[in-house]
Design a protein around this ligand. Structure first.
Ligand code: GCU
Length: 411
């Protein structure tokens, strides 16, 4: 997908700093009507709600109804997983509405030596069975995009891809540090295709509705919804400390993690790994992927209203630093990769920097340097940031920083 995107828009894509048109981003602490916000109360009662409504109705789309978990079922569990270090559990959550049913399965590893565990929660791209060699991990039957690299045939996941994504999930490091890991195959919540007849949206249509309304949820909102529903389950699970759950996501799933954190204050923190356009990166800075390109290639990700801004980023009343600000004062980690220019590392850094004034209003430490740090030198404040060497990916280096940072506020 990444290679495809490089060639797709080669002609217009800006990869040269000197070609980036000048841009202005709106101040998180000045309302749409021009009033300056100087107190936490005004931020929470005036500015935050108007920003949230804007992102909800113009960018990601509203979630029409707060659907509750209908039932959950422990499909499988084992007390001696990962060489005896962890408990493994596979929990299926089921949702019902308008005679339709949707289920998704959370794969959970919890360290045995810890009680009331803090957890990293994040989606995976190709099925729970790809994140580990563990033979007991069930293979999802949900739709998957055909991809030879992952042995997906006829849109069906297969055992041949077991363990193919272990390098993105530092399970041992996470467990050894005393954290749990929870993951879900994102295709179970909403298949990643421009088709609104399936996925969670289809349960909540009104009579004869076939597509979300212009201000209703696209796939990113649907995936964000799924993370919140996993949180609903965590609140019932005595082994998990639901007050210490960090939403994590890479790339499109990083966009979903950020939006989940903005919508749901129960998340103790959010990690955005290389989330790029429509995630952490500023939209008005037209470097790498742009709104027009993302909406054309992935018409189902954002709400229909977001298409108004194709090639008209300057007309947006918000920018992505304000999405980050919606997560304040909770800890937020934005990570970039040097070679991931499509995601605009500098736009991700500036976004974290420009969100920091809201964190400072709460007395929290945001990004306190004006220039990007050099590679592999993380800033581990309440707003954290790093750019590591290498490509668009999740690496052990990334997880080592996330754990170190989480230790500063979750221990
Ligand atoms: C594409 C897309 C990005 C997205 C990425 C991914 O490259 O253009 O916006 O982040 O896929 O999810 O891997």
């Amino acid at each position: 997908l990444f290679l495809f995107s490089m060639s797709f828009s080669k002609a217009q894509t800006i990869y040269n700093e000197s070609e980036v048109p000048s841009f202005e981003v709106p101040d998180p602490l000045v309302t749409f009507k021009g009033k300056t916000i100087g107190t936490i109360g005004d931020w929470e009662n005036v500015r935050r709600p108007e920003l949230h409504t804007y992102f909800e109705t113009k960018v990601y789309g509203k979630i029409p109804k707060n659907l509750k978990i209908d039932s959950y079922k422990i499909l499988e569990q084992e007390d001696n997983a990962l060489n005896g270090k962890a408990n493994r559990r596979q929990v299926e959550l089921t949702f019902k509405h308008n005679d339709k049913v949707l289920s998704f399965t959370i794969l959970l590893y919890l360290p045995k030596k810890v009680e009331n565990t803090a957890v990293f929660l994040g989606y995976n791209f190709y099925g729970n069975h790809t994140i580990t060699e563990d033979e007991s991990v069930l293979i999802s039957t949900a739709w998957a995009d055909n991809n030879e690299g992952f042995d997906i045939v006829n849109n069906t996941l297969t055992a041949a891809s077991r363990g193919k994504r272990t390098h993105r999930w530092a399970i041992e490091k996470i467990i050894d540090a005393g954290y749990g890991l929870a993951t879900i195959y994102y295709g179970e919540v909403d298949p990643d295709k421009d088709d609104f007849s399936d996925g969670i949206q289809s349960l909540l249509y009104s009579k004869n509705q076939k597509h979300p309304k212009a201000d209703e949820w696209g796939s990113i909102s649907a995936w964000a919804w799924g993370l919140s529903k996993a949180m609903d389950y965590f609140e019932k699970d005595p082994e998990i400390d639901a007050a210490r759950v960090i939403a994590f996501g890479h790339s499109r799933l990083g966009k979903a993690a950020l939006w989940a954190g903005a919508n749901d204050k129960r998340f103790a923190g959010v990690i955005s790994n290389n989330s790029g356009c429509g995630g952490a990166a500023l939209s008005k800075r037209k470097f790498g992927e742009t709104i027009g390109v993302i909406n054309e290639r992935f018409p189902h990700w954002f709400c229909t209203n977001f298409k108004e801004f194709n090639n008209k980023e300057e007309t947006l009343a918000v920018d992505q630093h304000q999405l980050l600000a919606l997560i304040a004062p909770r800890p937020l980690y934005i990570a970039s990769a040097e070679e991931d220019r499509w995601a605009d590392p500098k736009g991700e850094f500036l976004s974290a920097l420009y969100a920091s004034s809201v964190y400072e209003l709460y007395g929290k430490k945001g990004i306190n340097i004006m220039d990007m740090p050099v590679v592999n030198s993380p800033i581990l404040n309440t707003v954290a940031y790093h750019i590591r060497t290498g490509k668009h990916d999740v690496t052990d280096y990334d997880w080592e920083q996330y754990i170190k940072w989480a230790d500063t506020f979750l221990r």
